[in-house]
Design a protein around this ligand. Structure first.
Ligand code: RIB
Ligand code: CA
Length: 317
């Protein structure tokens, strides 16, 4: 299998951790670097959490850079109710001894993309503030991005609000800039986000593994099953990473999409025109200046689950 050169943009966060572990460990991914953004928790905490996760993957040489401290316009709105005050379930996980990269997130993005011998796949699994700023600051480098496979949005219900998904809702203006950038976008949103999950029994097996990555993941999953009282627990953001390298496991559809940046009740909604073509012909009033987005609408859940388990724990059977 060819390697995919990839950069993650994260707000680590428990499900970001599952994605980072997979991207750092899977042999088909050349993880060039990780940029951190304000989202689930403050960006400095995101950096600290991301370094801890890379330590668990024994992937210490991957650069991690600090990005935006808040959304482009609005205030920070953390998701402590899900991820805890520290973004990782307040488990008291030991801090990493590694240092954050001295470059800012957008400088690291520029340098990694310019320095890559092949086209880079960008996988943002957080609010899109860093990516929007990068696209505006380095438009020539942005042209070298192969594609963006992002976790965000929804063609149906929201989670942060009745209609808006958290990553887009946290910074709708940034999302609008990214969606309308012209870079090919695959949207891994709430239509599939909750489906690949890990049970408490599987978490227990991971915890007893000899592999640090499996022990770390098992501990996180078990803690969040207890915290959120749900099992199986979704692997969340991880789905966007695996969709970038195993597209055959996912069913997608192209939709016209615009991001609602109003201040009304739909703020942060990814409005997708899902009308049948005959209706769109009859009622030509469509969305104004929509982005043509490839939206993930279904997946092979068991294959996606097993890929994660066997990557995080090589002895998994
Ligand atoms: O809506 C889900 C998204 O919000 C995920 O990226 C999760 O980490 C949170 O940031
Ligand atoms: Ca996230």
């Amino acid at each position: 299998m060819n390697k995919t050169s990839m950069i993650l943009d994260v707000d680590t966060g428990v499900d970001d951790a599952y994605a980072v572990l997979f991207a750092a460990l899977h042999p088909a991914i050349n993880l060039l670097g990780i940029t951190c953004v304000d989202g689930n928790t403050h960006v400095d905490q995101v950096v600290a959490n991301t370094l801890k996760v890379l330590d668990a993957a024994q992937a210490g040489d991957i650069p991690v850079a600090r990005g935006a401290t808040r959304p482009l316009l609005g205030p920070s709105q953390y998701a402590e109710y899900v991820h805890g005050a520290d973004g990782m379930g307040d488990l008291g996980i030991a801090p990493s001894t590694r240092q954050v990269d001295p470059r800012s997130a957008i400088e690291l993005l520029r340098d990694l993309i310019e320095g890559s011998k092949d086209l880079v796949t960008l996988v943002p699994i957080a609010p899109l503030t860093n990516i929007a700023i990068f696209l505006r600051a380095f438009p020539e480098t942005a042209k070298k991005i192969h594609r963006i496979v992002l976790m965000g949005g929804s063609t149906s219900a929201g989670n942060a609000t009745p209609v808006a998904e958290f990553n887009v809702w946290h910074d709708p203006e940034a999302a609008a800039i990214v969606f309308s950038s012209g870079v090919p976008i695959t949207m891994y949103g709430l239509d599939v986000f909750m489906r690949p999950g890990i049970s408490s029994q599987e978490a227990s097996v991971l915890k007893s593994s000899s592999e640090p990555s499996a022990q770390f993941a098992g501990q996180l999953i078990e803690a969040f099953i207890e915290r959120l009282h749900i099992s199986p627990l979704t692997l969340g953001d991880y789905g966007a990473v695996v969709a970038a390298i195993y597209p055959e496991l996912f069913t997608t559809q192209m939709f016209d999409v615009v991001v609602d940046t109003s201040s009304g009740p739909a703020r942060g909604q990814t409005i997708c025109d899902r009308r049948d073509d005959f209706l769109k012909d009859l009622e030509p009033l469509g969305l104004e200046n929509p982005a043509k987005v490839r939206v993930v609408m279904d997946l092979d859940v068991e294959a996606v689950r097993q890929l994660w388990l066997k990557t995080i724990d090589k002895g998994w059977s």
